[in-house]
Design a protein around this ligand. Structure first.
Ligand SMILES: *Cc1c(COP(=O)(O)O)cnc(C)c1O
Length: 390
């Protein structure tokens, strides 16, 4: 970020700067030639499905994640669905999932006839913990889906220990945290997504590694699981026209893979820029009564898919209005606990209808603009408007 040409705490006048939640256009312009060339190559080469760009991306992502197998697929929701299908779970098996997450994490469980068992999250990191998961485990529990929400790892070491003790699979929802690193107590570090049995991620355009359309990937270190994941994602076949299981059709297309091949080497830089923006927010939004900046888990790096504040005392919506009037976009991720969604009514295996932290967070959270192209003058303006509200 360039040094601030600050005008103090005054808002620019007359017009507010053009601020976006996510700025994909500026990011594209910084690598336009490379991306245009890569896309043209795919179109001219004609290998639109499973072309060399897909193979390159698969091995590039394996290197990045430091894992053995990557199976590219059509989107992050498919990644989760294919992961659960590959585990061979039976109808009625229970899968533990946080109630404070994007719908996809729980939707796939219900879609497959499995039972989503929703649990609460930590009020400061917004993530599930082993302590919150343990009481929800029954004889029918088969898997846990920890979601690394907003870009920070769940505290996985105790979750991995718990899963081992109860013989449960861990399917990480890594859609928001690609690039984050978790450090175990013995000093070993690993990428989120590689801490359990299977990791799932999304390349939805606004994600930290976003395509220019849909995309997703599944990863594992387990050879047997990898074979099953590939088979499920490819109509349940290993050999063409011989279908061993009922699968689905889920592919990353070559154009998206070519774009991702341009962006993957830049992901560390994108995440560093997000961290720098988060640091600025942290420093300039401290000591405001009733405002909590996002907590950091010491064992995890944070890639700030979202920068999410908590505003106490029913003032969240008023702050959002105030920011909107100042030309500053903001979003509420997420406004409704999953157990209150019409779609899940009556389906939750344990009939959860209230979890206190999830309920509070849905009323208190607000996410500020966060992307790789935020400049200091924009950050200063956003912070000055937030401060003015308090
Ligand atoms: C985006 C997201 C997904 C789904 O990804 P899609 O590619 O949109 O299907 C799943 N889980 C979480 C937490 C997400 O943020």
């Amino acid at each position: 970020m360039p040094p601030s040409s600050t005008t103090g705490d005054r808002s620019p006048s007359p017009a507010a700067p053009n601020i976006q939640m996510v700025d994909l256009k500026t990011q594209y312009e910084r690598m336009q030639e490379e991306v245009d060339q890569a896309v043209l190559e795919v179109i001219r080469g004609g290998a639109f499905i499973n072309g060399p760009a897909v193979k390159d991306f698969q091995s590039g992502l394996q290197d990045f994640l430091r894992c053995k197998h990557v199976v590219p697929c059509a989107n992050g929701t498919d990644a989760l669905q294919i992961a659960l299908m590959a585990l061979g779970l039976k109808p009625g098996d229970e899968v533990i999932v946080p109630a404070f997450t994007y719908v996809a994490s729980a939707e796939v469980i219900a879609l497959l006839g499995l039972s989503p068992v929703m649990v609460d999250v930590d009020p400061f990191t917004f993530n599930v913990t082993a302590e919150l998961i343990e009481p929800a485990i029954t004889e029918r529990t088969k898997a846990i889906i920890p979601v690394h929400l907003f870009g920070q790892s769940c505290d996985m070491e105790p979750i991995v220990r718990l899963a081992r003790r109860h013989d449960l699979y861990i399917v990480e929802d890594n859609a928001q945290a690609i690039g984050a690193e978790y450090t175990f107590s013995d000093g070993r570090t690993a990428r989120t997504g590689t801490l359990g049995h299977i990791g799932c991620t999304s390349f939805y355009p606004s994600k930290n590694l976003g395509a220019y359309g849909d995309g997703g990937a599944i990863n594992t270190d387990d050879d047997t699981l990898a074979d099953r994941l590939r088979m499920v994602a490819n109509h349940g076949q290993n050999r063409r026209y011989y279908h061993d299981v009922v699968g689905c059709n889920s592919r990353l297309d070559s154009v998206q893979a070519a774009i991702l091949n341009c962006k993957l080497p830049r992901l560390e830089d994108y995440n560093a820029r997000r961290r720098a923006a988060a640091r600025y927010y942290d420093e300039h939004l401290t000591s405001l009564p009733g405002l909590l900046t996002p907590a950091r888990l010491p064992a995890s790096t944070h890639v700030y898919h979202q920068y999410t504040l908590r505003i106490d005392g029913d003032r969240r919506d008023a702050l959002q209005q105030h920011l909107h009037a100042a030309g500053i976009p903001s979003m509420v991720y997420y406004p409704v606990p999953l157990y209150d969604q019409e779609a899940f009514r009556g389906t939750a295996a344990n009939a959860i209808d209230f979890l206190p932290v999830t309920d509070t967070l849905c009323k208190e959270v607000i996410s500020l603009p966060m992307h790789s192209e935020l400049e200091e003058d924009t950050l200063a303006y956003v912070c000055s408007r937030v401060r003015a509200f308090f």
